[in-house]
Design a protein around this ligand. Structure first.
Ligand code: 13P
Length: 250
């Protein structure tokens, strides 16, 4: 049985002071939750966040990582740096990084490999645009993203990864994919993992849905056979996140 995972992606929101306040609030609100909780805060707040979350059931994640160990890469953060302060999760290949910062399927693959090498669990994002969905190529597109993301990742490593299916047209738009649409793609992703590895491995990997998740939609989303939780953007910035976790728990 896969544990439900509810991850929050704060994107470029919350100053370090605001981060400290909200995390302390979450610590109280979430202390009895059964789901695995991961909060991905801005890089500047990672160290503080790890200290606040220490000895709690909240895991801290980064929103990006670079694929080189060190060197002349101005502005980037290495996996060793994340590991050094206790970050155990990292979002890789979010559609906003692909759109605004040039991440590609190949750099996603390199980042996934580096994160794993440093014992950091990648949360690998995939998802189609509205025009790809309308053209009927969404499934093939996502399958291609997954195949490239997992290139040279062994079966033993793959079980320690998480996938987030985030249809781009549903991100920040208030338009949630229907549970049938989300389940169809997440099922395809699991079949793709079974093809790349085997059924047993595919069954162990958590697949999350992301895109306008709120307390009204989470219940139906997590009731789908191949959806193991949510990657929540906007609704992870307030106490609504605790309500989402609470609904997912039950
Ligand atoms: P919203 O929940 O704000 O649509 O964002 C989803 C997302 O991009 C999470 O990574």
């Amino acid at each position: 049985m896969r544990q439900t995972v509810i991850a929050g992606n704060w994107k470029m929101n919350k100053t370090p002071s605001e981060t400290r306040l909200l995390l302390n609030e979450f610590k109280e609100l979430l202390k009895n939750s059964k789901s695995k909780i991961i909060i991905c805060v801005p890089t500047i707040s990672l160290k503080d966040a790890c200290e606040i979350a220490k000895d709690t059931n909240i895991n801290i994640g980064a929103q990006n990582v670079y694929f080189e160990e060190r060197g002349a890469f101005t502005g980037e953060t290495s996996p060793e740096m994340l590991d050094d302060i206790g970050v155990k999760y990292v979002i890789i290949g979010h559609s906003e990084r692909r759109k605004f910062f040039g991440d590609t399927d190949d750099t996603v693959n390199k980042k996934v490999i580096k994160a794993i090498e440093h014992g950091i669990t990648p949360i690998i994002c995939c998802g189609e645009t509205l025009s790809q969905r309308e053209k009927g190529v969404a499934i093939n597109w996502v399958r291609k993203q997954i195949k490239i993301a997992y290139k040279d990742v062994t079966k033993e490593q793959a079980v320690n990864t998480i996938i987030a299916y985030e249809p781009i047209w549903a991100i920040g738009t208030g338009k949630v994919a229907t549970s049938e649409q989300a389940q169809e793609v997440c099922h395809t992703i699991r079949k793709c993992l079974a093809f790349l590895y085997d059924e047993e491995t595919a069954e162990k990997i958590s697949i999350l849905y992301g895109g306008s998740v709120t307390k009204s939609s989470i219940g139906e989303i997590v009731s789908q056979a191949d959806i193991d939780g949510g990657l929540v953007g906007g609704a992870s910035l307030t106490s609504e996140f605790a309500e989402i976790v609470n609904i997912a728990d039950n």
